[in-house]
Design a protein around this ligand. Sequence first.
Ligand code: PMP
Ligand code: GLU
Length: 399
Amino acid sequence: MNMQKLAQRLNRISESNTLKMAKLSRELAATGVDVISLSLGEPDFQTPQHIKDAAKKALDDGYTFYTPVVGFLDLREAISAKFKRDNGLDYSPNQIVVSTGAKQSIINTFLAILNPGDEVIVPTPYWVSYSEMIKIAEGVPVLVNANVESDYKINAAQLEKAITSKSKAFIFSSPCNPTGSVYSKDELYALAKVFEKHPEIFILSDEIYEHINFTGKHESIAQFDFIKDRVITINGVSKSFAMTGWRIGYIGATKEIAAACEKIQGQFTSGTNSIAQKAAIAALSGDMTPTKEMAKAFLRRRDLVLDLLKNIPGIKTNTPGGAFYVFPDVSYYFGKSDGKIKIKNAEDLCMYFLNTAHVALVDGDSFGAPECIRISYATSDEKLKEAMKRIKVALEKLV
Ligand code: PMP
Ligand code: GLU
């Protein structure tokens, strides 16, 4: 179809690069090539059995009908109890909205709070979809740079400087996709004190990697009472319970924001999948041993990847405190060539890895850090060792 016939909106946003690289790697694999995909951020583990059993029971019990737009009450009660137990946060069930993945929770919120031209402050590196969702909601992303030297975290002074009369919201993830950085309680407090001076700013706190945290206790920015009524705490079951395909995300917020998200969601997707909701109750109220085991495996793999990266010259990285990504600065290789292909940027490097080493990664451009690449280590130790070997050999050819 001719592009002119489609909406101009499409020209303002880019395709999700994480999903694009995952697609390219699947397509290459379908031609018989042995591709190792470290592109998509999804646990390689199966959903724990007790959660699958709850889904089977839900089906047998006849949960096959439309659900309330905001989610079943028993699920919202389980989420309310989870917020209290894990985060010390009080959100009653009518302050909770369940959506089709945290992805929808985020876009619901942006659509509910942004007017055209409103600015949203986004520390870089950021998860690919934040900037594009802001644009879909006709807001303007305002990027604040953090680099490997600051462990990819921003400080209060940087935040203060980014605030203008048009600032409407701030969004960040901790643990962070793509850097794995984890904000400490003190660091969050320092940011919260800045927000205290700017009561018009909403704070979207994406905590989807909460349970994949190697630094100790997870800290939520909503714990600071003086800003809590402007915080939208976003979470979901995709990462913590290996449930990416089930599509359950949720927010805790004020009743007003929850009602606004309900209104929007009611015209978009309605309540999310009934069976997945029942399974999510089992996830959130059940045994956390499988989650802890997965987090242990991710820590081991992080150390494995960091160790193997040390043997590759020119790679700069932080030590990720959580999530399952390493986000090295690879700009040392820009301008080099294997004699055939000249590597101008991280995108060229990722395509070079895919086509010559058969390893799929994602370039840092779409995370707001064009000097970096993202390695998702949510795969087996064997595959990681093989992938890192291939990457090393491919980089050695670049002069
Ligand atoms: N936030 C972050 C930081 C993510 O990495 C993801 C990954 N998909 C999401 C939100 C959305 O997760 P989901 O829609 O699967 O709940
Ligand atoms: N959040 C994951 C990632 O960053 C899944 C893909 C996506 O939804 O973008 O790879």
